[in-house]
Design a binder for this molecule. Structure first.
Ligand code: NAD
Length: 253
């Protein structure tokens, strides 16, 4: 079983922070050359500077199919190949039924569903037999918290897309899987907690999330990265179409 990504090239969308950055760190640690895409040049430059190994940042909004097509081609032409793509960029806003706006609906599905489609579709012709695509889902696909129906619905949608896509690409040798984390300790998670309940509530809230998990804690972004390395690597050569929960067991109980 080989968990190395030596010499491989991976594109990670939304790679400048949080889960995507943790994935980028683990991909680099396992030998991959990584291309991060995100919205802001300065954020990308900061992230690239912290990756130990060959790394490039490309500004590209996942909701813009032309920009994504260009970014994927640029990544391949810079490093000569494209072995793995992680469709990680995603957003989620608190939107309880009765208060959901059209803008919240459009924005959530644009980034989380349209963005995944127009990351995966243009990537496929650039990838070799043996390539791997990892779509970052969420436990919200099966356990959407109150107020998170749009987010959960968008994650359930990409999980369903992947079921069909693995049939559409039969014979290509490319695998597509969904990696669904539970709560991950990222700046955005802490920001969301602060916005919802104030600065003093952040530490108790994160602790409470951990206490509700069978492991007694929430994940570190690099733990999601390690699972993504597995799915991208030859160790997962017969794994395709699954929703791989990396959640400390929280969605299993
Ligand atoms: N943090 C968690 O607890 C958690 C749990 C389960 C799933 N996830 C999933 O992990 C992924 C990353 O989440 P995170 O917590 O790291 O969030 P984050 O906000 O820290 O990181 C997301 C990154 O994506 C970028 N991004 C946002 N919209 C974009 C767009 N249109 N085009 C390109 N880049 C864009 C942001 O600039 C940011 O750098 C998401 O798909 C999210 O749903 C997160």
């Amino acid at each position: 079983m080989s968990m190395t990504l030596d010499g491989e090239v991976a594109v990670i969308t939304g790679g400048a922070s949080g889960v995507g950055f943790g994935i980028a760190q683990e991909f680099a640690a396992h030998g991959a050359r990584v291309v991060l895409t995100d919205l802001d040049r300065a954020d990308l430059d900061r992230a690239v500077a912290q990756i130990d190994g060959p790394c490039t940042g490309i500004v590209a909004d996942v909701t813009d199919p032309v920009a994504m097509d260009r970014a994927l081609r640029e990544a391949k032409s810079e490093y000569g190949r494209l072995d793995a793509v992680v469709a990680n960029a995603g957003i989620g806003a608190h939107a309880p039924l009765g208060h959901i706006t059209e803008d919240q609906f459009t924005r959530t599905f644009d980034v989380n569903v349209k963005g995944v489609l127009f990351t995966v579709q243009p990537a496929l012709p650039l990838m070799p037999d043996g390539g791997s695509i990892v779509v970052i889902g969420s436990t919200a696909s099966v356990q959407p918290p109150a107020g998170m129906s749009l987010y959960g619905g968008s994650k359930a949608a990409v999980r369903c897309l992947v079921r069909a896509w693995i049939q559409d690409i039969k014979g290509s040798g490319i695998r597509i899987n969904v990696l669904s984390p539970g709560a991950v300790d990222t700046p955005s998670l802490r920001r969301a907690a602060e916005q919802a309940q104030g600065a003093e509530a952040v530490v108790p809230l994160v602790r409470a999330m951990g206490e509700g998990n069978p492991t007694g804690r929430i994940a570190d972004p690099r733990e999601i990265g390690k699972a993504a390395v597995f799915l991208a690597s030859d160790a997962a050569s017969f794994v395709t179409g699954v929703e791989f929960f990396v959640d400390g067991g929280v969605a299993q109980v």
